[in-house]
Design a protein around this ligand. Structure first.
Ligand SMILES: *Cc1c(COP(=O)(O)O)cnc(C)c1O
Length: 385
C-alpha cells in the first residue's frame, strides 16, 4: 500500500481543494478572536488600510478606489453591474461558464438591456468575436467579462478583450473573483470596475466583496443602483464623508483580511502567490495524468486556479465514493459544474503547497486502488485507444 499523508491545515482541519472558501492560515483565523465596535477607531483604521491595500494590489494608482460590500463575491458582482450599468444602458455579457450566466441573470433581474456573447465552457472568449459584436450593436454601453471562469478553470484574455472595448468607446466590467491576488492584469488594461472577494486568492475568510472602481466612472453612477444595500456610489460617498460603513460591516472578516494581506505581501504579492499556485497546479496536473486522468483544458488555457478533470470511464469508479474516501484522507475536492462534459474539480488555491498537492495525489492513487479502478482515463480517451 502507498502511504498517504493526511491532508491537514494549520488548525487541524481538512484541506479545501475547492474554488472557495479556502484553507486559510491559523494567523488569519486567530485575528478574529476579539470584539470590535463598528465605530471603533482600531477597526476603522484597519478598514481604511485594507481598502487601500486592495487598490494597490490592483495596481491602478490614485485613479481607482476600492468600494466594499458586505456578503459573498456575487454581492460584489451584483453591486458592480447594477451600479455601473445605467437604466438606459445595455450590457454585453461574455459567457463561457456559470459565472457569466449568473451575471446575465443579475442584469435581467435589474431590468437592464442585455446582450450575450457565448462560448463553450472549454473555450476562451474570442476578442475578434467581441469586436464584431460591438461593431454590430451600437446600443451596448458596457461589457462584462470573467477573468478566470471558475466553472472550468479557463483563463479569458482580459487584456485583449478590454482593449477592444476601450477602442470601441465602451466600458469594461470584470469579474476577477478567482484571479485577483494571483493573476495580474496588464497595467495598461482599462476598466471601470473589477469585482473580487475576501475568500479566494487573498486567502481571507468569507464575508467581504469589493469592487475596485475608476473614480471618474464611479462619480457618474449616482442614481443607477436598483437596491439601497448594493449602491456602490452611496457606499463610496459614505466612506468619503464619515470613513464608516453605512450598515453593520463584516468586522471580523476585515480584521482577518488585514492579516491575510500581510501574508500576501510577505509571499511576494501577486507574483509570489501566483507562482505558488502555478507550482501547485503543475504538480497536480502532472500527477493526475500519470494516473490516467484527463484534464478538460489544454495547458495553454488552464489558469493555475482550479483544474477540471474528466470523469473516469471505468465502471468501478463512483464519484461519491471517491469524494468520501479523499475526504477521509483530509482532501476535500469539488463536484463538476460543466454542461460540456461529466467532470469533477480540484482547486490549487488557498494556504496549500506542493507537498500537500502530492499528498492529495497519493490519496487519489490509494483510493483508485481501493475501488479497483485501474486508470482515471475518461470514456473518450479509452475509445480512442
Ligand atoms: C467564486 C466566484 C464568484 C462569487 O461566488 P460567491 O459564491 O458569491 O462568493 C463569482 N465569480 C467567479 C468567477 C467566482 O469564481
Amino acid at each position: 500500500m502507498t502511504s498517504v499523508p493526511q491532508g491537514i491545515s494549520q488548525t487541524g482541519d481538512k484541506l479545501l481543494l475547492t474554488p472557495g472558501p479556502l484553507t486559510t492560515s491559523k494567523a488569519v483565523k486567530a485575528a478574529m478572536l476579539h470584539d470590535w465596535g463598528s465605530r471603533d477607531a482600531v477597526f476603522l483604521a484597519a478598514n481604511k488600510d485594507v481598502l487601500r491595500r486592495i487598490a494597490e494590489i490592483a495596481e491602478r494608482g490614485e485613479s481607482h478606489v476600492t468600494v466594499p460590500v458586505q456578503g459573498s463575491g456575487t454581492f460584489a458582482v451584483e453591486a458592480m453591474i447594477t451600479s455601473f450599468v445605467p437604466k438606459s444602458g445595455k450590457v454585453l455579457i461574455c459567457i463561457n461558464g456559470a459565472y457569466g450566466v449568473r451575471a446575465k441573470r443579475i442584469a435581467e433581474i435589474a431590468g437592464r438591456a442585455v446582450a450575450t456573447l457565448e462560448f463553450p465552457e472549454d473555450t476562451p472568449v474570442d476578442p475578434a468575436a467581441l469586436d464584431a459584436a460591438l461593431a454590430k450593436d451600437g446600443a451596448i454601453t458596457h461589457v462584462f467579462m470573467v477573468q478566470c471562469e471558475t466553472t472550468s478553470g479557463v483563463l479569458n484574455p482580459i487584456d485583449a478583450l478590454a482593449e477592444i472595448v476601450a477602442k470601441r468607446g465602451r466600458r469594461t466590467l470584470i469579474d476577477a473573483m478567482s484571479a485577483f491576488g494571483a493573476l495580474a492584469l496588464s497595467k495598461a488594461c482599462v476598466y471601470d470596475a473589477l469585482a473580487a472577494s475576501s475568500n479566494k486568492n487573498l486567502e481571507g475568510v468569507p464575508g467581504l466583496g469589493f469592487v475596485v472602481c475608476d473614480k471618474a466612472a464611479l462619480a457618474q453612477t449616482k442614481g443607477n443602483a436598483t437596491t439601497l444595500v448594493l449602491d456602490l456610489h452611496d457606499q463610496w460617498q459614505g466612506f468619503e464623508k464619515t470613513g464608516q460603513w453605512r450598515f453593520t460591516p463584516p468586522i471580523h472578516t476585515i480584521m482577518s483580511l488585514a492579516k491575510a494581506l500581510d501574508e500576501h505581501a510577505a509571499e511576494g504579492g501577486v507574483a509570489g502567490r501566483g507562482k505558488r499556485y502555478a507550482a501547485n497546479c503543475a504538480v497536480l496536473v502532472a500527477g493526475l495524468r500519470k494516473l490516467g486522468f484527463e484534464t478538460l483544458l489544454p495547458d495553454a488555457l488552464q489558469a493555475p486556479i482550479i483544474v477540471t478533470v474528466r470523469m473516469p470511464a471505468d465502471p468501478k469508479f463512483r464519484f461519491q465514493t471517491f469524494y468520501d474516501r479523499l475526504k477521509d484522507h483530509g482532501y476535500v475536492i469539488y463536484p463538476g459544474k460543466l454542461t460540456v462534459a461529466d467532470s469533477f474539480r480540484i482547486g490549487c488555491i488557498g494556504r496549500i503547497d506542493q507537498d500537500q498537492m502530492r499528498g492529495c495525489l497519493a490519496a487519489i492513487a490509494a483510493t483508485l486502488a481501493e475501488m479497483g479502478v485501474a486508470s482515471g482515463a475518461p470514456a473518450r480517451a479509452a475509445a480512442a485507444e
